[in-house]
Design a protein around this ligand. Sequence first.
Ligand code: BG6
Length: 496
Amino acid sequence: MMMKYFGSAMYPFLRENVMMKTMVEPALIVIFGASGDLTQRKLGPALHSLSCDGVLSPKTRVVGVARSQYTDKGFRDRIYKGVEMYARLTPKACSLWSDFAEQYTYVSGHYDDPDTYRRLAAHLNALDVEQDAGGNRLFYLATPPVLYPVIVEQLGKAGLNRGQRGWTRIIIEKPFGHDFESARQLNTQVHAVFDETQVYRIDHYLGKETVQNIMTFRFANAIFEPLWNRNYVAHVQITVSEDVTVGERAGYYDKAGVLRDMFQNHLLQLLMLMAMEPPSAFNARVLRDEKVKVLQAIGPVQAEDVVLGQYVGYLDEDGVAPDSRTPTYAALRLYVDNWRWQGVPFYLRSGKGLARKVSEISLQFKHVPHLLFPENVDLMPNHLTLRIQPDEAIQLRFATKIPGAGMRVKPVDMEFKYATDFGETALPEAYERLLLDALQGDASLFTRADEIELAWQLIDPLTARGVPLLYPLGSWGPGAADVLIGEQACSWFCED
Ligand code: BG6
């Protein structure tokens, strides 16, 4: 059943309003790690789509920095390849690449060599004068994390952490630290050079439209929020499953594992947005204050509330230690100990090598207090699903009468699909939104220093929890995770 939705047919201006974007002020964007995968797969394509959308000023310039010896042309060719393969708006959809190509230049050098930063500073000053870019600078750390402190320190020494005019900001990729101690140390190193207001720690899940829509769904509708608490919700499930294995990232992954790679950031972010109190305003400080309160309210996770798994064949991956105990799967039961959520279990799970890729959040509501229709002793409670990806949608399951004699009841779905109402290509890539926000100085969708430290404090004790259980590739993880959730007389939803 389709939900009747007030789309563009009823409000012809709505679609235009949704798509309306304004051009951001010019800036010089400097990408460290410019020869790497992230730049080619995500950053170049995102900048290209933003340029095609007309939101990046034509005066914007992108400077790549890395050790590889590229010429400007070599760097442009590399970016172009990424744009062709990965951009939302490819050169076929938007034929402006030849205009944009000139915007990309390259500085090669070692990250720990002060001379790299001297040359970079001279290059930026020249571009600034040439483009009249207002002195605005956005640094993007897309290198291996071990280089973050080095680059930050060198930026400071070269005086690139503050400009004579305009603003200076820095985006730092995940992982931000490996545990609480290293994250705290990194925060100290960053704060020695940049103010917190200049720092944008990225979690690409917050750039996803469907993740932002959790807030809209909760706080722009009057009908759901009154039910969003322990009085009506029986439990909450958050699943981020992937069918891919660790592949070429085994070297990194074997040291990280699923808890550091996915839970400390993406899953906890989803949990915070689901559980937080309504912020009094949509701004970076207030919003992040509310999110932090959720982390502060999560009680210690008990041993019986954790299931760790490892897919069969993981030990044969190139780069994995032969006796590795790194979990590629985890399922947790958490409680948010506050008035709203007391006693409501939050089940979180994520893993690689699973049956399919799906990210979704489901709320299961409580059973009706009294069964009026005895023919239906196993009447299912309502549940609401926010599907983050793929087939982005919101689905409400409720009981309806089966036509005909008697009062037999069946669960049916009311569904809103993004593709139906906004079109197949309406959802921008997460990195587009995040780059745009950083250029506009809006840190709402970035992680604050205290938030990241609290998240690590929660995850750290779990990383030392025993030997992971084996599970077959293409399954839904170890059976123990079904037992964990089955204790609540329920099952994981997206498996059907
Ligand atoms: C990254 C993890 O942060 O998120 C990867 O490092 C994971 O291991 C990826 O595959 C998942 O992102 P998405 O957007 O594909 O769900």
